[in-house]
Design a protein around this ligand. Structure first.
Ligand code: EPZ
Length: 417
């Protein structure tokens, strides 16, 4: 297992090109199962999760040419409607094939994903949504079995704006030749990107970016050539890196309109933020101010940026409070940051961070994708050497992170384990 070795204290200066969005490309890859025509996706990030999804689609019978930033999918001849446990357990986003398989075969058998480091992450909202659209659901030996039934039901109200449930139900509805309405849908930019893909394929999706989606599906969807939006969380992570190291970074291709909550809070912490149409520049020359943050569904402050901001607040000028409302166990990075000298106390979903003058490098262990990013950020600003083990977590969601950071002055290298 690979390790990162970082010598902290170097301000980051220069330009970083932001890759395509992991959380946009994964549902769009699943959506390609909805058509038997050729699908071409551009701006695909070279990530472990993309290759895992490609493996699952191949297992189902699709022909994939996965050569990021380009990826083509030909699912003319699918041979199975079963998503096996061996593949689903390695990546929760595999459950996004549920809607497309149910649409394509009118039945699907998908392994329950199981929990992960940040929480139980059930799929009850997905299943209740499919039932609201007439599907029969049963559980069997750790698998969910779905069977489509003709029904006049056309409205789903999500109790919580779940990103994955919105995506699964939107994809299923895109293949139903009728109008379906999703209420309390999630509003993330990745939902809008998927909606653009489905619309290009011949469905009509209205209201993307709002909590009410009206989908008019088509019995036959056609092939699409689609360019994935830039990754707003990757961009946010490097924006924090610029602020933390008192550097000056230009983030090329970043979409400030997708990052408003994050950029506003960085400015509040004292960073200088310049927003252009497809570029964001972030610089800082002082210790960050303390903040009070609460994670919320989009357009609120994103849970996927919570860990990174905890690293920032670890050296903040004062006491910060972070409340995590989206996941039940997303403070795994706190213990590792404490080993680097951070002063963090946890009470349920609330973390209180007393800013330290500096952090000290230490050997730490990554636990989940964004917690790993938080440890890299802490290592960049800590005095001395930080070694981060299990960086395979990072490779799931950050394309060549050490190369991008080295290109702007970070003393970071990957040790192959
Ligand atoms: C997506 O996960 C993202 N993953 C996550 O990013 C992100 O943190 C999350 O949305 C929230 O923004 C992808 O897009 C591949 P949810 P998803 O359904 O769809 C509960 C990253 O770091 N819930 O909005 O799984 C759930 O347990 C990853 O890139 C149910 O209770 O998120 C969680 O507490 C991590 N029942 C909350 O809702 C359900 O049926 C939000 O989950 C579904 C969800």
């Amino acid at each position: 297992m690979d390790t990162f070795v970082i010598d902290g204290g170097k301000p980051l200066r220069g330009k970083i090109t932001i890759s395509g969005s992991k959380n946009a490309v994964l549902p769009i890859m699943a959506a390609s199962l909805l058509t038997s025509d050729f699908v071409e996706i551009e701006n695909v990030p070279n990530l472990r999760d993309v290759h895992t999804m490609a493996k699952l689609l191949t297992w189902l019978g699709a022909k994939i040419d996965c050569a990021p930033p380009r990826l083509t999918i030909d699912s003319r001849r699918l041979r199975s409607f079963v998503a096996p446990y061996e593949l689903v357990r390695t990546m929760r986003a595999s459950i996004l094939v549920m809607g497309p398989l149910l649409a394509r075969f009118r039945k699907a058998r998908v392994s329950l994903p199981g929990g992960c480091a940040i929480g139980a992450r059930p799929i009850d909202l997905h299943l209740k949504g499919f039932q609201a659209l007439g599907a029969a659901i049963s559980l069997d030996a750790g698998y969910v079995e779905l069977a489509a039934k003709d029904t006049p039901k056309r409205i789903v109200r999500l109790p919580f704006p779940s990103v994955g449930a919105t995506e699964n139900l939107m994809m299923y509805a895109a293949a139903l030749p009728r109008q379906t309405t999703l209420l309390n849908a999630s509003r993330e930019p990745e939902i809008s990107d998927l909606a653009a893909f489905l619309t290009a394929a011949g469905a009509s999706v209205q209201g993307a970016g709002t909590s009410k989606l009206v989908v008019r599906g088509a019995a036959r969807l056609q092939g699409v050539k689609h360019r994935v939006v830039p990754d707003r969380i990757e961009a946010g992570t490097y924006a924090v890196a610029a602020t933390l190291t008192r550097g000056d970074l230009r983030l090329l291709h970043a979409r400030p309109d997708h990052m408003a909550a994050v950029l506003d809070r960085l400015a509040e912490a004292g960073a200088r933020v310049d927003r252009d149409v497809d570029e964001v520049r972030v610089s800082a020359d002082r210790r960050p101010r303390a903040l009070t943050l609460t994670t919320m569904p989009y357009p609120g402050f994103p849970t996927d940026m919570q860990a990174q901001f905890m690293s920032l607040m670890a050296v903040g000028d004062g006491t910060s409070v972070i409340t995590e409302t989206v996941f039940e166990n997303r403070f795994l990075h706190a213990a590792e940051l404490t080993r680097m000298g951070a002063d963090i106390s946890l009470e349920g979903r609330v973390a209180v961070i007393k800013g330290a003058r500096c952090l000290k490098g230490a050997p730490v262990t990554a636990s989940d994708l964004r917690a790993s990013a938080a440890l890299v950020l802490a290592g960049l600003v800590a005095e001395g050497k930080t070694t981060i083990s299990r960086v395979y977590h990072l490779d799931r969601g950050y394309e060549t992170m050490e190369k991008k950071l080295r290109s702007v002055g970070a003393a970071i290298r990957r040790k192959h384990g």
